[in-house]
Design a protein around this ligand. Sequence first.
Ligand code: ZN
Ligand code: ZN
Length: 566
Amino acid sequence: MNQVVKKTTKTAFFALGGLGEVGKNTYCIEHGDSIIIIDAGVTFGDEYLPGINYVLPDYTYLVENQEKIKALIITHGHEDHIGGIPFLLKNISVPTIYAPKLAASFIKYKLDEHRIKSKSRISEIDSNSNIKVGPFVLSFFDMTHSIPDTLGIEIDTPNGKIVHTGDFKIDLTPVGKDIDLHKIAKLGESNITLLLSDSTNIEVPGLTISEREVIASIHDVFRNTSGRLIIGTFASNVHRIQQIAEAAVIFKRKILVFGRSMEKTILLGRKLGYINVPDSYFISPEVAKTLRPEEILIFSTGTQGETMAALSRIAAGQHKHIKAAPGDTVVLSSSAIPGNTAAINKVVNLLSRAGVNVLTNSVISNIHASGHASREELKLILKLFKPNYFCPMHGEYRMLKLHAELAHELDIPKDNTFVLANGDVLLLDKGKVTKAVSRVHAGDIYVDGKDINGLSTAVIKDRKILSNEGLVAALVTIDAKNNRLLTKPTILSRGFIYIKENAELVVQAETLINTTLTDLFKKDRVTFGEIKNTIRNTLSTFLFNKTRRNPMIIPVIMNMNDSEEK
Ligand SMILES: [Zn+2]
Ligand SMILES: [Zn+2]
């Protein structure tokens, strides 16, 4: 569908990313000839998407409705909210990007990095801003999250008020600005039609612990550590990095920073005054060599066990500058993102084997707090906004569903809550909200490195097979002119089975191909295609029956009598 609200007086809300997933948040509000986009995020590739750096929303709908796009509004500077901007701007032009201060500087850095000369004006906003974009009037309120300058948005549309919470937790003793509960309560008095609220931690009961409690635990670690201290945390958690860096000053440790994303956060955080640490505290690896272990703090990326990140390389003894050693303490001030546990354990084991004291959130409590609201905080937000309709966002399907059920508990009728997928459309009509029958095109685009063109699913499928099942090559030498095999086939494998331990299996497979091909050559004329297919079919059935695995099979055919392929 090219236009959602063509020739109607209704206002549409839909997401191109962010519903049914934690990532690539991209929400749109459309009325008449205007569209505003809220956030433009990416999702990072994971072990299920080998070699894929990012997943982006499919921007087709926005490309087709380019002339309607009036503005992009950013809630905060996390990658799942701003990471898609360089790619979005390659596809469409956005007259103005409204972003809070820190996010604005991240965006500028990002556009430079991607060498994008954008015509978009970047305009800084804060909780006092009031902007009119087409038929919409936007105002903002301060939220607490794991990064400074996080805003929630109230959008006045011709058909009612929409509130978008952005990412938040309710931290009453935050590191940065307070959450503006007064403003939120006041907004709640103004008849909110539709509330869109962060669902990430709906499954966590109670309240999220405050950043202040985390820093108390971190100070304890500084106090009780006599050797070198290495702290791994999310580079996106500006508040945490700020507090750890300030603790380094108190406990007189000089700071080394490893990892590109961490360097970027610290560079911009210091430039904008969020991280207040004298220059003399940041040192080079060369200077660190002249200091005693108890004078050093190392910031490191890699809390999720990412193989290329600094922490993994330190653990594996492959880091350019430092090697894990007995006496070191490594703190993982983070939580495991589901799916990363095995990789994290590997790093923790390597570090432990090297004699390092490893502290994770399960060893001592409170060295990490989530940036997202737990169940009781989500209840409070629902109570304060008192919306007529509710659409949970920023969450996987089960989170959205639980969040909708929570709203039922708080007396929002079932018919007034919407668990949506990307591409579903809600229509606001004079204060009433219904789900539209038609949908907007929404999908995933996979990006390898900085390539915007995306990858086909076939390539990804090949990579999945290679990484999960390995590769088996069958080398066959034939005499095409005389239609015969010259030698017995040879099998090589990578990542499939260890050939030495499976010599029997390999011999059986080679014999099987030999017999099958000998049979095939009894025909008058055999094409290369037939040989390839016969090898593939025979081998894949045989190997699957024996091993229950489906490696990628590559027939390599050498023709000794004629070098031309037929
Ligand atoms: Zn966030
Ligand atoms: Zn987010």
